[in-house]
Design a protein around this ligand. Structure first.
Ligand SMILES: [Zn+2]
Length: 564
């Protein structure tokens, strides 16, 4: 098989290596399982099983979908199950009387561990793993009447954040899977009772809520009950309607009005939920949202170390400096790095889809697609040259290929074995139908648009080139951040269509995640000294992964524009 080594694959490898080999702190088996014992030697061991579960789930799903084998998984899994309490749960102990905040942290970790164990079981098929998951599921059934009571719900509905009621409802995901694997209705019933109690509340933890909604989508899969699909769609729309989706396709760690910073886990959830809804409905709006998050927030959120984590949100971008007390950035190895890794296989699964007798190419990244009639390999050079090659690995007669035309292009230029074809965009796809043979190469060139989009919340402008949101970054353009930089005015002209004509910035850069074709040199009037016009490099915020954390601004004022 041919190797796939473009930027998406590099990003996947970077985080996989972070979890398996590199970076600080190292995910040694001892460090991982500290939260199921518990041994309070690192941060957040009170979230019993949180890191253990995420580690098992993320690595098991990566191993399965990459056809690789990670021997450390078996060791961690057997160590984890050896610490199960006789009552069925893992980690700390429940309060003697009533349900306390600490119990919610314990439940959170156990919920992450339940799905992690089951994702590992799907690969390993080891009975002790399923036995442990079942025993944990039975414990959850026993406490369900109390946890589902109005009393407990009210107690944790507001103000408990990461120890809020979402610690209970996020377990839907694991219980739905346990129902699928065992066929037992009892797990499904508890999951359904949690779904009824899932709600998005101001200032609460978005990761817990979005994980609950992903669980509701999993319930739809295992029950076939449309109500759950409708519910997930309604909640997805509700997040957008509430103004909680930021320009780069980000959601905040805590819903508005708090909305202080991003969280890699929530970004991964939002990406996975959008992909999941696309997969079940084939409505293109879900895919477009997933794509926006993938190429922008999800990319930007990935650190050069391979970690995912937090960035403080300002009115115009992501500032820098300080820590969680004062702002800035955090590499959240205790959750986001692992949950970020868990999102990659979901993206891989949505690069292609089967549409009737056709194989459709959807996301312009590397991947492999297979229908009963053909197999295609996608090699993406989107970042370098706005092109993708689709290589026919095998084909039977009469298998059409569909190529998606995203909203961020003027059009597609398609050639087969070097010969240009005249193709039409019908319902968002170009259809190619001919007798394919192994080795045929379809070349796709994306004619990228450069455009401005006014942000409704601030009245300022976001500038895009193709799928990439452009920003000014402090390391490359320090003077752009001179006070008061929010008053800087870009000296550019937007056409009525929103299209912009910007001058390329040819300065080369050895950043592994550079998108050279999406760099522009733009004149601006500095807020503090507009009589000295200057110039700034605008480039994809996704390039952040290639260097140390830095400040970015991606919402601008434009000279002559009265709003903003
Ligand atoms: Zn996180």
């Amino acid at each position: 098989m041919r190797e796939m080594k473009n930027q998406f694959s590099k990003r996947y490898q970077l985080t996989l290596d972070r979890v398996r080999k590199t970076g600080t702190p190292a995910y040694t088996p001892e460090m991982v399982v500290a939260d199921v014992i518990p041994r309070h030697e690192r941060r957040f061991t009170e979230f019993s099983g949180d890191v253990s579960g995420r580690y098992l789930g993320a690595l098991a799903c990566a191993a399965r979908t990459r056809s690789e084998s990670y021997p450390e998984l078996a060791r961690v899994a057997s160590e984890v199950v050896s610490h199960q309490k006789p009552q069925g749960y893992f980690g700390g102990s429940f309060a003697k009387a009533g349900i306390q905040k600490e119990d919610m942290a314990l439940l959170w970790g156990n919920g992450r561990l339940l799905i992690g164990l089951l994702e590992y079981y799907a690969t390993s098929r080891q009975k002790p793993i399923l036995d442990a998951a079942t025993k944990l599921g039975d414990f959850l059934i026993r406490i369900a009447p109390d946890m589902n009571s109005d009393r407990v719900r009210r107690q944790f509905e507001d103000g408990a954040f990461a120890m809020g009621y979402i610690c209970w409802t996020q377990i839907i995901e694991g219980l739905a899977e346990l129902h699928r694997v065992t066929g037992s209705a009892a797990y499904r019933q508890v999951a359904e009772s949690m779904a009824e109690r899932t709600e998005r509340r101001p200032n609460e933890h978005s990761h817990g809520f979005l994980t609950s909604v992903r669980g509701i989508l999993a319930l739809y899969d295992v029950t076939g009950d449309r109500r759950f699909l409708d519910r997930a769609r309604q909640e997805w729309q509700g997040v957008i309607g509430s103004g909680n989706v930021l320009v780069p396709g980000s959601v905040p760690e805590a819903w508005k009005p708090k909305a202080h910073r991003t969280e890699g886990c929530s970004e991964a959830d939002w990406l996975r939920l959008s992909l999941g809804l696309w997969g079940r409905t084939r409505e293109p709006g879900y895919l477009a949202h997933a794509e926006r998050t993938l190429f922008n927030e999800f990319a930007m959120n990935q650190f050069d170390s391979g970690d995912f984590g937090h960035r403080v949100i300002s009115r115009t971008g992501f500032p820098i400096g300080g820590n969680e007390e004062g702002g800035g950035t955090a590499r959240a190895w205790w959750c986001c790095t692992l949950h970020g890794l868990r999102a990659f296989p979901d993206v891989v699964a949505h690069v292609f889809h089967v549409e009737g007798d056709a194989l459709a190419y959807d996301l312009p990244v590397e991947g492999r697609g297979e229908s009963g009639k053909m197999r295609l390999l996608a090699e993406s050079s989107l970042e370098q040259s706005a092109t993708v090659r689709l290589i026919v690995e095998s084909a039977k007669a009469g298998a059409p290929i569909l190529i998606r035309e995203p909203g961020w292009v003027y059009g597609l230029e398609i050639a087969v074995n070097g010969l240009r074809l005249a193709t039409l965009n019908r319902n968002g796809y170009h259809r190619l139908s001919q007798p394919w043979k192994a080795g045929d190469v379809i070349s796709v060139r994306y004619i990228l648009r450069t455009r401005g989009e006014r942000d409704a919340a601030t009245g300022r402008w976001a500038l895009w080139h193709g799928p990439w949101l452009l920003g000014a970054e402090e390391l490359a353009s320090p003077h752009f951040f001179d006070e008061p930089h929010h008053a800087n005015l870009l000296d550019i002209r937007l056409l009525a269509s929103g299209d912009a004509d910007l001058d390329p910035d040819p300065t080369p850069d050895d950043n592994h995640f550079a998108v050279q074709q999406a760099r522009f040199r733009v004149r601006y009037l500095p807020g503090g000294y507009p009589m000295f016009p200057s110039s700034v490099t605008l480039r994809p915020i996704a390039e952040q992964t290639g260097h140390r954390p830095s400040a970015w601004e991606y919402l601008f004022r434009i000279h002559g524009d009265k709003q903003g």
